[in-house]
Design a protein around this ligand. Structure first.
Ligand code: 5AD
Ligand code: SF4
Length: 442
């Protein structure tokens, strides 16, 4: 019987995709996936360290995995991969000697060699080297989880060094893939039935090779059988007019614009090392609304309780929400990260204040969001059906071009027959997080 692997993934889409690369690597070595973690001969924990006590969480989870290893008489290779692996390196072995391998974010291709050495009983294996070509991973070696939606790396790394953020340290400097490789991968997926692709990069729209990000989007828009092209996670500085006009002119490109502001106050933004002031940011929002009109949704990330943030400065974040009118926000309490620039300010905002600010921000957003969602009732949109859950009240759901979740009323039609189709829909109802719609437009 062939050996089995199990991969547990935390964090962002970049990590999800790294897990697909690790899975494919193990499969080329003859391993098979198992859904039963405790049956695994190889257990990889693919970790994230963006916020709060990441390493603690990893060690606590490793305690559970260690138990599984003991239940198998020690016959389980345990590997820690991802951003915590990159950050902690071989130190992981001193706290968790039962871990066999530590594989950083930029050394994915070294997994087979490490596995060989473990097989030969050569002891703990670690590789946190920074292979500048890590982003050029062999496409054929990727084992993708979903057929409908395909993840595609277009760049890796970050050169911005925002003072709160650990990503430049865990993911390295920016590198972009050649445009021809990306287009070839997208075509191959489209031929295999993929309808939606998601372009990935820590600063996805900072993509630059022989062509710009906008040109890459234009080329991908030409691939006939693709329906939707998404991309994550963008940086506000690289949404220029060319990109926004390209999104307007290319019907397959998703129209949700994720524009992470982090704060609405210019002094805090400067301290965060962000490139925009509040005014620059609002100018960008106006440019986007001028070009895309009502056809886009706007989302953002925010951090509350950054060192030195005064009540009045936090209030400017609340008023930014009101001025922009976001369709979603993702908000977090500041958490000091090892090695980052903001550490020099300490962490002076008390936890209780951070907590209170987060509540205020999220409550205000829900009020704004409710109004924005309700304003969509009556709109005619196109929905790509990406989930069928038989037995639920609305078994068919999908997403609009601007990435809102819609539960569909499909009358007498068989739900399964609608999977992976792009359908015209009229919005008939709205909750705070999801829309309802019926098939057909007037
Ligand atoms: N503390 C809190 N939130 C953070 N983020 C990044 N670093 C930190 C940190 N140290 C948030 C930012 C970023 C999102 C992915 O996570 O809002 O956009
Ligand atoms: Fe987490 Fe950031 Fe690493 Fe993604 S890149 S896994 S969000 S720390």
């Amino acid at each position: 019987m062939s050996k089995r692997y199990f991969i547990e993934t935390w964090g962002c889409q970049m990590n999800d995709h790294d897990s697909e690369k690790l899975a494919g690597t193990l499969e080329t070595m003859g391993f098979e996936v198992t859904q039963e973690a405790s049956d695994a001969d190889v257990y990889l924990l693919n970790t994230c360290t963006i916020r709060e006590k990441a390493a603690e969480k990893v060690f606590s989870r490793l305690g559970v995995i260690r138990q599984m290893k003991q239940n198998r008489g020690g016959e389980m290779v345990i590997g820690v991969t991802g951003c915590v692996a990159q950050q902690e390196g071989a130190q992981i072995f001193s706290r968790a000697p039962y871990v066999d391998l530590v594989l950083g974010t930029q050394a994915l291709k070294s997994l087979p060699d490490m596995m060989d050495r473990i097989e030969q009983r050569q002891g703990h294996q670690v590789n946190v080297d920074k292979d500048p070509d890590n982003h050029l991973f062999p496409v054929k070696q990727i084992s993708r989880k979903a057929k409908l939606k395909g993840l595609i790396t277009i760049m890796e790394g970050c050169d911005n060094y925002c003072t709160y953020c650990i990503v430049p340290f865990t993911r390295g400097r920016e590198r972009s893939r050649p445009v021809a490789d990306i287009v070839a991968e997208a075509r191959m997926l489209a031929e295999q039935g993929t309808k939606e692709i998601e372009l990935l990069g820590q600063n996805v729209n900072s993509y630059y090779s022989t062509v710009s990000f906008a040109e890459l989007l234009r080329q991908l828009n030409e691939i006939e059988s693709l329906h939707v092209i998404r991309y994550i996670s963008p940086h506000p500085k690289d949404f220029d007019r060319d990109v926004i006009e390209t999104i307007r002119d290319c019907p397959k490109i998703a129209t949700n614009i994720h524009l992470p502001a982090q704060s609405g106050n210019s002094r805090i933004l400067k301290r965060m090392g962000r490139e925009h002031t509040r005014n620059h940011y609002l100018e960008k929002v106006s440019m986007i609304r001028e070009i895309l009109g009502n056809q886009c949704s706007l989302t953002s990330d925010f951090i509350v309780g950054f060192p030195g943030e005064l009540d009045s400065e936090f209030n400017e974040t609340v008023t930014l929400l009101e001025e922009v009118g976001y369709d979603r926000i993702f908000s977090f309490m500041y958490s000091p990260r090892p090695g980052t620039g903001a550490l020099k300010h300490g962490d002076p905002v008390p936890q209780s204040v951070k907590h209170e600010r987060l509540q205020i921000l999220q409550k205000r957003q829900l009020e704004i969001q409710k109004q924005r969602m309700e304003a969509r009732i009556g709109q005619e949109v196109c929905v790509l059906v990406d989930a069928i859950k038989l037995g639920e009240r609305f078994p068919v759901s999908g997403r609009t071009r601007d990435n809102l979740l819609v539960h569909l009323d499909v009358g007498e039609l068989a739900p399964e027959s609608l999977f992976s189709r792009s359908l015209p829909v009229t919005i008939t109802g709205a909750g705070v997080h999801t829309l309802r719609g019926r098939l057909g437009v007037s």
